[in-house]
Design a protein around this ligand. Structure first.
Ligand SMILES: [Zn+2]
Length: 418
């Protein structure tokens, strides 16, 4: 087992060496667009940089990181030819990952090559996400931007009139429920035009939505926290998306550990292994595969295991034992997202969880093209104001406690405010 694991690790080291060699020899193909320092260089990216050693190390680390990113979570292909093609072609048309922004090259029997649909969890947008149509109040003051479909919905129902076609500007014929408060802040965030580019590196092609607060937590949020969802839905290019998802793993792991400390009775595992069934299956498989090599005493022990489970030992019971399903549903399973949300509802408040994910994105991905007024504490001061405006004894106090401080009163005394 140790040797197997060690050889597995060595494969990764060999791959890194091969990719590094290509960088030295200038076969790296296209330079990631998120790496502007190199994108302007016509020469191999490592050689012409006469930089101080610490800076050069930093550039090398970043370049290697981006070089490896396209290979993360790639499906294993047991085809030497395909693997060789993939490596040798990287400088040309089959720099598949870069050129097709996540597509996967497949060679057909007739020799033609096609690009298979990507299996990414974040589908690329086929059209720009932001149409930047403008909605105006009846007095002409800006309300928000929206997509073309929504703007035309107002026109079709006589709820708005078209002021301009390109860009599409629609003036509402009724007074909306609320108006954005003027000046910098949460409300004006939705009035500004949004650019269709990667908020991390500025790339304009192959964009996909990234949920800054992952859906596995948001799905358990109360409705009031799900409003204005577009703030936490940003556009990222595939390399930045992959990198951000990797960074997210570490925060998710930390949250799992914190949950285990507080919600000890909850289990994170959806399925359990039944150890009794496992021993019966192992015994049967050993008998079927290796009976001739086993000492007679061991054969007898294994046969007793199967016989005890089935009350008989026949070829049929042996085959049935070898095919046993050993996984059983864990009745105590609690989804990770639910456990984390429950923990924050009790301690700290859900806005802390929201703040934590947004801050995590800022700290790890270091986006350079965020929309103006994007903030980790977006709408939090408004929620505090709404809670403060409730009369004493109002039923919604419980909801706002879970949102803002957590419902665990003993913990609230030590909780830090945002
Ligand atoms: Zn990017």
């Amino acid at each position: 087992m140790v040797r197997y694991a060690a050889e597995d690790a060595l494969v990764g080291a060999h791959l890194l060496l091969a990719l590094s060699t290509q960088l030295w020899e200038g076969q790296s193909g296209t330079t990631p667009s998120c790496y502007p320092l190199y994108s302007a260089l016509p020469q191999p990216p490592l050689l012409p940089l006469l930089l101080p050693l610490p800076l050069w190390h930093s550039h090398l680390a970043t370049l290697l990181h981006h070089t490896c990113l396209p290979y993360i979570d790639r499906r294993f292909k047991n085809s030497t030819k395909q693997i060789c093609n993939s490596f040798s072609d990287r400088a040309g048309a089959s720099s598949v990952v870069d050129k097709n922004v996540g597509g996967e090259s497949v060679r057909l029997k007739d020799g033609k090559e096609r690009v298979a649909a990507t299996r990414r969890s974040h589908p690329l947008l086929k059209s720009p996400l932001y149409d930047n149509c403008q909605l105006l109040a009846p007095d002409g003051s800006p309300l928000c931007t929206c997509d073309t479909k929504k703007a035309e919905w107002y026109i079709a129902r006589g709820l708005g009139k078209e002021i301009s076609r390109d860009p599409l500007v629609v003036q509402l014929t009724f007074e909306p429920k609320g108006r954005p408060e003027p000046g910098p802040g949460d409300d004006m965030y939705y009035v500004q035009e949004r650019e269709n580019l990667c908020v991390v590196c500025g790339a304009e092609e192959g964009l996909a939505r990234k949920s800054i607060v992952p859906h596995e937590y948001r799905r358990y949020f109360p409705a009031i926290l799900k409003e204005h969802a577009s703030h936490d839905l940003l556009l990222l290019c595939p390399p930045c998306h992959q990198a951000a998802n990797l960074y997210d793993v570490s925060l998710r792991q930390n949250l799992t550990k914190e949950c285990q400390a507080i919600l000890r009775h909850c289990s994170q595992s959806r399925m359990n292994i039944d150890s009794t069934l496992m021993s019966v299956r192992s015994a049967a498989r050993a008998l079927i595969k290796s009976r001739a090599k086993l000492p007679s005493k061991r054969i007898q022990e294994l046969e007793e295991v199967v016989q005890y489970h089935y009350d008989s030992l026949t070829e049929a019971t042996l085959q049935a034992a070898a095919a046993l399903e050993v996984r059983v549903i864990n009745e105590d399973h609690v989804p990770h997202g639910f456990a984390v949300v429950t923990m924050y509802q009790r301690q700290g408040g859900l806005v802390s969880l929201e703040h934590r994910w947004r801050s995590h994105f800022l700290a790890t991905s270091r986006p350079r093209y965020l929309p103006k007024d994007w903030s980790p504490s977006h709408r939090h001061h408004k929620l505090h104001a709404l809670a403060a405006s409730l009369p004493p004894g109002h039923l919604d106090h419980t909801v706002y406690s879970a949102l803002l401080t957590g419902s665990d009163i003993s913990h609230n005394n030590t909780a830090t405010s945002l």
